[in-house]
Design a protein around this ligand. Sequence first.
Ligand code: FHN
Length: 597
Amino acid sequence: MFHKMLSVLACSCMLQATAMQAQDMQQGWNKEAVNKPHPGLNWFSSAKFGLFIHWGLYSELGGKWKDSSYYGSGEWIMQRAKAPAGEYAKVAASFNPTGFNAAQWAARAKAAGIKYLVITAKHHEGFSMFDSRVTDFDIVDATPYHKDPMKELADACRKEGLQFGFYYSQFLDWHEPDGGGNNWDFKNRKKDYRQYYQSKSIPQLKELLNNYGPLGIIWFDMPGGLSEQETKQMIDSLKAIQPSCLFSSRVGHGLGDYIDFGDSELPPTPIEGAWESIYTHNDSWGYIRHDMNFKSPAEIIRLLSSVASKGGNLMLNVGPDGKGEWPAYSIKYLEETGKWLQQYGESIYGTTHGIIPAQPWGVTTSKPGKVFLHVWQLPDNGQLRVPGLTARINSVTLLGTAIALPWKQSADETVITLPAEWPDKRNTVIQVEYSGQQPDWSQLRTQTVSKHYPQANIPAIWAIYNGNAHTKQYTFSHYFGDWKHENCATGMVTPNDAIIFPLEVQDEGDYKVILDYACEPASAGQQGIVTLLGQRLPFLTLATGIQDSHRPMAFIQHPVGIIHIQEPGKQNLTIKPVEGNRQALFQLKQIILEPVK
Ligand code: FHN
C-alpha cells in the first residue's frame, strides 16, 4: 500500500519536549503492534468512536497544588509539583465523588454515538479507582466515598451495549518506591521494577480482568522495566483470564493487539489494520478547572471523520472533576456530536479508509460499493469535483435522505452539483453508490488545487522525494502534554535534493505560493527556488527559531510569490535548493496555494 511506500521515506521521531516526556516517548510504545487476528478486533474495527475517561485524585486537584496552578496534563500534577507521595496520598481523604452516576455516564456516551469506553483504573499517580485487595490506596479504602465506581460503570456500559475497558499504567507509579517515575521522593534508591510488577501491577491487572466482567480493552500505557520476554509472560498470564480482551500497543515491545498512535497524533495517510488515534476534548486528559479550550462540535465531527478517512478509530477523552461531574462543554458538545452521528453515522461506523485522498472540500470514507464524501468546505460555484471517482455510479444522495444530487462523470472525475441549501456546514455527507472497478486512493497521487476554495493545503508527505530529501516526523509540545506531530520534508541541501508535488490544477488563474516551514537561524538565508511550468520563484529561507529540548518548533507561512496557470490540468510544482547551500533548506510542513482574488 501507498502508506508503506511513504513510510520507507519516513524517519524516526525527533523529539522535542520536556526531558521527562521525551524520555518516555523514546521508549517506543507508539505505533508498535503486530495486528494479528484477534476476536476483539471484530467490534473494535467497526466501532470507530471511543470515549476515554481520565479520572483519579488529580481530578480533585483540578490543576492546582498548594498555591501553584498547572496547565496541560492535569493527571501529571503530582510529578510536576514534585509532591511527596505521603502528602499527595492525603488528597484521597477529600475525594468524594458523590456526583458520579454510572447510568448517566453510560447513557451520555451512548447518546454521543460512542461505541466503547475506556477509563483509568490506575494512572501514574498510583491511586486505584477500583476496589483492590493489593493496596489500601484505593477508592474504597482510602476515600470517604467507600464504593467502587468501576463496578457500576462496567455494568452500566454493558446495559447500554458499549464495550467497556480499563486504562492501566503498568510501569509508572509515583506512589510506590519501586514503581517507575518517582525519583523526587524515592531518590538514591535502586528500584526493583520486577518487584513492582509482581506485587502490584500484575495482581491488579488480574483483579480487573477477573472482577469486572468481560472487558473490551486493557489500555496499557507507557511501558518500562520489563524485557520483551517478561512482557510476553505477563501478557500470557493475563490473556489466559480473558482471551478476547484487546491489549493496546502500549503494552510495549510491539506486543499489543492493535496500534495506538501518539497522543493527539493522526497518521498523514491511510493505514491498514486496526488502530486508534487518541485526542482529549480540551487541553488536558485529567480535569483542570481553568482549562476551557474545548473542541467545538464541528472540530470533533471533522476529527472523527478525518480519523475514519484514514481507517482508524478516534478515542476522545473527557476529564470529570473530583465530584464525578463532566465539564459542561463536554456534555454539550458530545451530545451535538451524537446528533450528527444519528444522521450521518452510516459514513463512520463500519467504514474503511476513503478511496479518494483528502480534497479541499473534505475527506472520504468507504464501504464496499459506497464512498462517503464528507464535505465541510463548500466550493463557491456549487460544483463539487471528485477526482478519480471513475467507477460506474448508481446513485448520489445526501446521506440519510432520499435527496438525489445531479452529477456528471468524465474519464477522470465526477462532478456533483450541490443543492443551494446546505444541511450542515460542519460536515454534510454525500453517499455515492457505485459498481465496478474503482481505483484506490493510493493510485490517486495528485493533490487538487482550485480557485473555488479559499486555499489548497498540501502536506509535504505528498511530494516525490529526490536525492537526500526525505520526510521525517517531528514531535514537540508547546506546553506540557500538548503533543504535536509534524511530518516534514527535510534533507534538501543540493539542487539534486528536490521535492516535487504532483498537482491537479482545476482552474486557470493566479495562485499565491506559500511555504509553511520551520527553519533554525543557522539555516536561514539559504536560497531555494519554486518552479512550475517554467515560472521561477526564488526565495531565501527565514529563521523561525532554535529547536531544542526546551523550545518547540516554530513554523512560518512564507509567501514566496505568485504563479499563473494558463491551462488547467496536471502540473508539477518543484522546490529545490540552489547550488552552494551548506545546510538543509528547512523542515517543510506543507505548501499552500491560494487563489488570488
Ligand atoms: O502520560 C500519559 C498521559 O497522562 C495520558 O494518560 C496519555 C493518554 O494517552 N498517555 C500518557 C502519555 O502518552
